[in-house]
Write a protein that binds this ligand. Structure first.
Ligand code: GLN
Length: 191
């Protein structure tokens, strides 16, 4: 199994470290030639969705990655990655891959609560630590999308088919639960 980690901007190294801890090999996607590697799954890290979106287009990565995602390649988007995957962003006109049936609110927690920590149930795996950094939340889900975690009544993790998103940054905490969940998705998709 090999995971491609989008490495244009943001917190990609922490995802690579998490995968290393789980014994899963990965490579960085920085340019089109990197897509010559075979990949079983894709991680889109947190950072700045506008910057990542712009770089994806400039580097010619946007269309090939969209095709892979829409073709069913397992993908895990954290924070900005969630925004890149959302079919709708309620407070922004920009849209990116727009592949997943969620409607997100960008920078949803306001200035004072820009960053915070919570612990909540994730996908029946028990309570896990969740670090939010100028995070979005998911205002609504539609289609086949399943809610995997909520914090104070807001959806902060969801899955639709081979797509997984979290508003928080699981790569910044000790718990490997979310990455293990994604790796299991990738395993099942590969069968
Ligand atoms: N606020 C960022 C955005 O709009 C997301 C923050 C993050 O990824 N930690 O893209």
């Amino acid at each position: 199994m090999q995971i491609g980690v989008l490495a244009l901007q943001g917190a990609f190294i922490e995802h690579e470290q998490m995968l290393a801890r789980l014994g899963v090999s990965c490579f960085e996607i920085r340019q089109l030639a990197d897509l010559e590697n075979s990949l079983d799954g894709l991680i889109i890290p947190g950072g700045e969705s506008t910057v990542q979106g712009k770089l994806l287009r400039e580097l010619g990565l946007f269309e090939p990655l969209k095709q892979l995602i829409d073709g069913g390649l397992p993908v895990f988007g954290t924070c900005a990655g969630l925004l890149l995957l959302a079919a709708k962003i309620e407070n922004d006109d920009r849209l990116y891959f727009a592949s997943m049936n969620i409607s997100a609110v960008r920078n949803a927690y306001g200035r004072q609560l820009g960053s915070f920590f919570a612990e909540a149930e994730f996908a029946g795996e028990g309570k896990i630590p969740m670090t939010f950094i100028r995070a979005p939340y998911i205002a609504s889900t539609f289609g086949e999308t399943e809610v995997l975690a909520t914090v104070e009544g807001k959806t902060v993790a969801a899955r639709e088919g081979n797509m997984l998103v979290t508003a928080f940054h699981p790569e910044l905490n000790e718990s490997t639960a979310v990455h293990r969940y994604f790796i299991e998705m990738v395993r099942r998709a590969a069968r």
